[in-house]
Design a protein around this ligand. Structure first.
Ligand code: NDP
Length: 288
């Protein structure tokens, strides 16, 4: 058996085109262009690449992109003051502070200072809480992208057994809550889980968000399972996921590749969250 390859690139392009159409309609009605600001502190090359591609995608969707590039020795107080200014700026609908921040800055303090209604990354505790109790807010872009891929692949997720490997605040936990929201029976696995292969083998849906190259093997999977690989691991063989793609493809029903799976959906969901933020601010109706 060879699993269907879930094309995250195509899904992301479709979502971005849909947002572009919505942005045009929004601008026609309100006369306003949604704006996303990215804040990059320091010279981390991977972060610079991420920020650039987020900016490009924002502009391609017809929105405004603002960038603040700050030196690595920026003080926490200065960064907090910038966040306050951006919170108060009516042309800004989304604020994204690129992580990681330099070690002398308390990232939690900075993320918590962002206005929750401009927190398009969905990392603010208020948005984490809203997700937990089912209120509208902003959901972290990577798990949101995974959910969209799963719904497109499987339709109704209700009653499915889902295993999320990883319990980070930015991927694993929100992913589990989203799957629960879609009425899956959810198990969250982590580094202390006993007999992980046996846990994973029960799942109709597997989301791997671990950061260990090729960890999940084909014989861990229930035949026909849908596998979403969030992992991005740089190895001598290039970029690989947390799932052994070739091996898992012989057992899974469908699987996301790395690259070209979850990654592109993350950016598309950021663009969508930014538009939704602007729409909420203007009382503009958004299609689900
Ligand atoms: P974290 O390091 O914050 O979390 C990793 C999780 O994996 C932890 O909960 C940890 O458990 C668990 N874990 C570690 N080792 C094992 C193991 N041997 N067995 C079972 N569980 C284990 O990572 P993130 O959630 O931030 O990211 C996960 C991966 O996703 C990374 O590769 C990252 O690069 C990628 N990523 C990709 C994105 C994209 O856009 N595609 C966006 C964000 C992340 P414990 O809590 O017990 O330590």
């Amino acid at each position: 058996m060879s699993a269907r390859r879930i094309d995250g690139k195509a899904a992301a392009l479709a979502l971005r085109q849909q947002v572009a159409a919505e942005v045009a309609r929004f601008q026609g009605t309100t006369g306003r262009v949604p704006g996303l600001v990215t804040v990059l502190v320091g010279e981390d090359p991977a972060s610079a690449v991420y920020v650039r591609s987020k900016g490009r995608a924002t502009v391609e969707a017809g929105m405004q992109s603002f960038e603040h590039k700050l030196p690595a020795d920026t003080s926490e107080a200065d960064l907090l003051a910038l966040v306050e200014r951006l919170n108060a700026d009516p042309t800004i609908d989304g604020i994204l502070v690129q992580l990681p921040l330099p070690s002398h800055i308390d990232a939690n303090k900075v993320l918590t200072r962002i206005d929750p209604d401009k927190d398009v990354d969905g990392f603010h505790p208020v948005n984490a809480g809203r997700l937990a109790i089912g209120l509208p807010g902003f959901v972290a872009c990577t798990p949101l992208g995974c959910l969209k891929l799963l719904r497109a692949e499987l339709g109704d997720l209700s009653g499915k057994d889902a295993v999320v490997i990883g319990r980070s605040n930015i991927v694993g936990k929100p992913m589990a809550l989203l799957l629960l929201g879609d009425s899956c029976t959810v198990t969250i696995a982590h580094s202390r889980t006993r007999d992980l292969p046996a846990v994973v083998r029960r799942a109709d849906i597997v989301v791997a968000a671990v950061g260990r190259p090729n960890m999940v093997k084909g014989d861990w999977l229930k035949p026909g399972a849908t596998v979403i690989d969030v992992g991005i691991n740089r190895t001598d063989d290039g970029l690989v996921g947390d799932v052994d793609f070739a091996d898992a493809s012989t057992v899974a029903g469908a699987i996301t590749p790395v690259p070209g799976g979850v990654g592109p959906m993350t950016i598309a969901c950021l663009i969508r969250n930014t538009f939704v933020s602007a729409a909420r601010r203007e009382g503009f109706t958004v299609n689900p």
